[in-house]
Design a protein around this ligand. Sequence first.
Ligand code: NAD
Length: 445
Amino acid sequence: MSDPVPHDPVPPESVPPESVPPESVPYETVFTYASPALKFGPGAAEELGHDLRQLGATRVLLVTDAGVREAGHPDRIADRLRADGLAVTTYDGTHVEPTDASMRDAVAFAREEGLFDAVLAVGGGSSIDTAKAVNLLTTNDGELEDYLNAPVGRARAPERPLLPLVAVPTTTGTGSESTTICVLDVLSLQVKTGISHARLRPTLAVVDPLLTASQPAGVTAASGLDIVCHALESYTARDYTSFDAKAPQQRVPYCGANPISDAWAERALALVATSFRAAVHDGADRTAREQMALAATFAGLGFGNAGVHVPHANAYPVAGQVRDFRPAGYPDGEPLVPHGMAVALTAPAAFAWTYVASPERHLVAARLLEPGVAGEGPDVLPGVLRRLMRDVGMPRGLAAVGYAEADVPSLVEGSLRQQRLLATAPRDVTPDALTGIIGASLENW
Ligand SMILES: NC(=O)c1ccc[n+]([C@@H]2O[C@H](COP(=O)([O-])OP(=O)(O)OC[C@H]3O[C@@H](n4cnc5c(N)ncnc54)[C@H](O)[C@@H]3O)[C@@H](O)[C@H]2O)c1
């Protein structure tokens, strides 16, 4: 690992005035780190019977989606668990990029089926997030809207403990197996939001790279860019020491960049550099698949504590306001801008804008992601990102997924609603700044 990279090496005159803290405010001196227990490696999913028994499970609810089920993993795992003496009920109705309606459907299924003593998610972020909502709403009173982040929901905290949740990712991207959030689309409001609470974090993450080899190339590409942005955003996030001091009960899981999340982000970027293009272009490349699974895990462990900022905030309206874009590799039928793609499309312009807050970090990240890249200045990291995005087959920009100049104001408005994420940005995010970033992202190359 490299030496710690300073957060504020910019000479004072080039620091945007809004990011200079007033001197009288007491600053945070403490950061926190939490993660699930983790099992990693080819064949790890074969041991789920043992793992679930250790957690006291006898009746397991397995949550997946139809595409993952078609790949064969959930039924193979369920058969193995039954052979180990566990009762397994499978729910495969997860919506790819869950909605409030799809989550209610999953919860209704689980409530109707009766009592379970463990939840097992087998799938990408969509299945893992759906399992988190099911776990919450079958162990605690109330309905989805009670727990959704304010102002969309009432941001209620769970009062009772949840069941053990074992998360088995089949994509290499979201890191949802490590995090405290579940993300969903509220259809009536055309807005993506989530539930965020420490009790949602899976008890155990079982990362078996063999399960990820069947991902279509388009899914590998979009979810891989989610890894890249998790690592880059947590690495360039506001430092935890720049937030106001908090009492222990006020601390949230996302505390800003810190030495532990930095280490995970750096390692994730280095792994992506050697494996991402290969995993997309040769899905059978076992080494590349293993390294991408490791990179997703590392980035998840990092951002799951530090947080993410502008590209993720922009991704919510980019995905939520989609009209008719239908990407390769995803289910036919509904329009969709996949999460990782939605995040990446504004990332080059976002990192050009955040550069001034920590130039050194942006350059270190660029060199980790593309060893040997030359140059200085705000365009180095965006250039690295554009080359990577082009090589893995991303659309050229927001225009290529259906947006025009006239859509910029509503995308800006949607992004501004994500104050929880924007608060982690290393500069104060103004409507003008977002207008510039989103406008510049209509065509990235
Ligand atoms: N909770 C979090 O911390 C967090 C973080 C980032 C993203 N997310 C959310 O996760 C969702 C995206 O998840 P994702 O990118 O992992 O993809 P996904 O779960 O939406 O799956 C994408 C597609 O790939 C298919 N698929 C997945 N694994 C496969 C495999 N091994 N073989 C064949 N097909 C496979 C699925 O059937 C689906 O059609 C979004 O809703 C996003 O908002 C959550």
